[in-house]
Structures are given as C-alpha cells and as structure tokens.
Write a protein that binds this ligand. Structure first.
Ligand SMILES: C[S@@+](CC[C@H](N)C(=O)[O-])C[C@H]1O[C@@H](n2cnc3c(N)ncnc32)[C@H](O)[C@@H]1O
Length: 138
C-alpha cells in the first residue's frame, strides 16, 4: 500500500493507523468527535455527464472526477466529516479544490452546511489554480 510505504520512507515507526474507506463509511464509532484536523485531497475536477454515463469508467477516474460539477465529492465528504470533528477544541478541515469548478456555488453549499471557508494557499499549475481550503464550523 502506497500510504504504508510513505510511513516507512518518512521514518514513522508503525505510528499511523490506516483505514481503507469510502469517505468515512468504515470509520469506527469511537473516532467520532475526536479529530482536530481532517485533510483530504479529493477528486475535484468537473466531468461532463458523458464521462459519468460512460459504462467504461476506469478506476483511475476516481483520482480526478469530482462529479459533474466537480465539487460533489467534496460536499459529501464535508457532510460525513462533521461528526468526526472535536468541537471542544480548535477544529479545521483542509481540502483541495480548483478554479475549474464553480467556487461560488461550492462556498454557498459549504455555508449551508454551517461552515465558513478560507482559501489559505493558491498555486497555478498547468491548466488550473489549485486552492487549499480551510473550513471550520461557523
Ligand atoms: C486527487 S487524488 C489524491 C491522491 C493522493 N491522496 C494525494 O494526495 O496525492 C484523489 C484520491 O481520492 C480518492 N477517492 C476518491 N473517491 C473517494 C472516496 N469516496 N472515499 C475515499 N477516497 C476517495 C481516490 O482514490 C484518490 O486516491
């Protein structure tokens, strides 16, 4: 597993717990309300409906395809992440997005979920601005 190899390469000594999960679906109950920081580099690019209806969708598409609008996975992720945050302390969720998605719409949905968003870093690479977002409960 790539993550396990990175643990070894970075000299962590079996200190990291790995879970394979569709978003938070395999996360155990006891982890609820326990995280101060949650980080996700999601698939964030918009795909046309053509790609999503394509029966030949490949596994690799999950690495970039964030849904027709590009932010659907991000919204699902935020909805599921909420109960894993520890609201007793400072708590943040960091995730990546791109200017190739409609950021106004994304921010509106984030606000509707009760979070405020701050862009803390921005970098232009190839065909897009890549944005580091930090959200916290309002
Ligand atoms: C942009 S890639 C990031 C890859 C790597 N984590 C990194 O930061 O370089 C998006 C990753 O999200 C994963 N992913 C897509 N949908 C997911 C889901 N529903 N639950 C968990 N991971 C998902 C993909 O498998 C892919 O590894």
């Amino acid at each position: 597993m790539c993550a396990k190899k990175n643990e070894i390469l970075n000299n962590f000594n079996n200190e990291i717990v790995f879970l394979q999960s569709d978003l938070f679906k395999n996360f155990p109950e006891y982890l609820k309300s326990s995280f101060n920081i949650i980080i996700f580099n999601p698939p964030y690019l918009p795909s046309s409906s053509l790609v999503n209806e394509n029966k030949n969708e490949k596994k690799i598409d999950h690495s970039w395809n964030g849904g027709i609008k590009g932010y659907e996975i991000i919204i699902d992720f935020i909805k599921e992440a909420r109960i894993f945050l520890n609201f007793k302390k400072a708590h943040y969720i960091y995730f990546i997005s791109s200017n190739r998605t409609n950021l106004d719409e994304l921010n509106k949905q984030i606000n509707e979920l009760g979070f405020e968003n701050e862009i803390v870093e921005k970098k232009h690479i190839f065909f897009e601005d890549i944005l580091l977002n930090r959200i916290k409960v309002i």
